[in-house]
Design a protein around this ligand. Sequence first.
Ligand code: ADP
Ligand code: MG
Length: 581
Amino acid sequence: MSDIIKILPSDVSNKIAAGEVVQRPSSVLKELIENSIDANSTRIKIIIKDAGKNLIQVIDNGEGMSRNDMHLSFIKHATSKISKIEDIFSISSMGFRGEALAAIASVSMVEMESINDNQNGHFIEINGGELLSEKESNIQEGTSIKIKNIFYNVPARRNFLKSDFVELRHILDVFHRLAISHPEIEFSFINNEEEIFYLKEESLNKRIISIFGEKIRENLIPINESTQIANISGFVLKPEFSKKSRSNQFVFVNNRFIKSQFISHSIFASFVGLLKDGYHPGYFLFIDIDPTKIDVNVHPNKTEIKFDDDQNLYSIINSSVKHCLGIYQVSPVLDFDKDPSMDISYDQVNSKPTNPTIEINSEFNPFEVFNDEEINKVPGDYLSSHNKLKLNDDNNQALKIFQILNKFIVSTNKSSLIIINQNLAHQRILYESFLKSIFENSINSQKLVFPIELSLTKKQLLLYNKIIDEFKSIGFEISLKNELMHVESIPFGIEKNNVEEVIENILNEDFNVSNDFSTADFFAKRLSKITSIKSGQKLNLDEQEYIVNHLFSCKEPNLSPDNKQIFITLNKNDIENKFNG
Ligand code: ADP
Ligand code: MG
């Protein structure tokens, strides 16, 4: 018998390989967006027609390609991302097999335009893997790639595509995953001529809200744990927000979306007792792990992953999620837009790699530093709707509360002395109430008989335009004519005489807030600082009581909006030690 083994022509092998990479329009979109991300784009535009069956276009402002590289990019195993086998184990870019474009081109009609630093723009057109034409292009930046008529030359596969509705859903899944893991990139998404997403560069929580809608805002619980094995961050959705589907489950390992049963299970197990039957928790979990400890190459679509240390990772994720749920249960998340570190106000637990344990103290209260066990009963009194404090109710004594140095409020309970910084305490109270007004849009203002007129500088105007919504939502009614501001209403709680100072003070601040801080947070912080009771101010008993009562009704009574300690306590031992020491 003569030899029967043949090497397949490359167009046939590419078509076969295409089956692995290109299952449907959404898999093409994923490869294209990932290439744009790898090219360091900061702006990516996606244009889809007929659920991607007739057009998938991705336009980026990335590094682009030379004319030669454009040709090479369609050859199998052509990649700029790895050159030796070790690279695979430490790869940080999205794609690296160098087969996506070759596979896609073999089953579709492709037009690509690109420009890079050194050359003029270029255009090439490829049908079914064959170069059809090329010419100069006047593209100004980055790369634009159009994939038309997917599977036009493999009718069996084209017929296999599902309805537009189903294919578009897959496309949106892919888009959501990439948009969530890259909030630093601006995305626009146009479906059949209609822009359905415009996502500006933003922080992660904003990105999640931009995609899933305002309702998700108050359901996000921040999670943040660092351990020797992995760092876990992101958001977990409150148990009340769980769904019958798993559609709100996102896990990213080293910023790459993955599916992993054991990770889902470890999160699910953390919710035990908190979910109704048949409901699934929601989460946006980012796991950062040494890339040499994982193998992402186990599946061509790279959404599956193998970890070297499954068991420990399981426990770490499980404990971290429990930890953040524990914190939320005792102090509901009012505003996640602020620095998430503030939500974890007690010491973060460093999980040991071998046997991670994270304790959840469901009894957490502002007095947990006290040694006296009985003290756990106190917060109920603080939080009661009565305005009268009952710190000393065991002895039926009158409340002991007084001010010292015109700066601190001193109070006592059964066995401890509490010394509260009046300025910081008031900042905290105002901060939380301003945030609440902003988020609930609960306007609470008084009309001014004579509007106040203020003239703004260009810089102030710029900042004002950024935080105009916050001004409104807190109770300011302001109209702007040229650079002249007319203040018509002001929030309750702000003195008429102070208005000018308050506004100037807010608008003179440099707004260079890091991503974790929202404009709302910035605004509430500034305003609380400006309008709070200052050190040196003498307070009457009512005012002192007001501070103490309201402070301990706050979500986070321990720390000021700028993370300063608001009060200290001296318990029996502390005091006795002073005498024995
Ligand atoms: P891989 O991404 O695995 O390297 P691909 O087939 O997806 O393989 O892409 C091949 C090469 O084409 C990439 O390595 C990259 O150099 C280049 N390339 C593809 N898309 C772009 C883009 N949008 N911008 C710049 N270069 C790109
Ligand atoms: Mg790629």
